[in-house]
Design a protein. Sequence first.
Length: 78
Amino acid sequence: MNYSAILVVVHPGRLEDALRAVKAIEGVEPHQTDPATGRMICTIEAPTTDDEVRLFRTVADLPDVFDVSLIEHRPDAS
């Protein structure tokens, strides 16, 4: 399994909507939110790197999301 940590920045006032949308994406889990800055830290868990990239793009394409940055990536060691 591959794991990534991402920083998600949302449009002003849209954190709750973005949080609901992210929670609905299988393989993506929000962990920390900061309403003052409109940011959240999430993890992506996927069987392949290609699947991780697909999930990253799915989050980035959400209407309330302004930007997504990769913080860390842990590839499958097997």
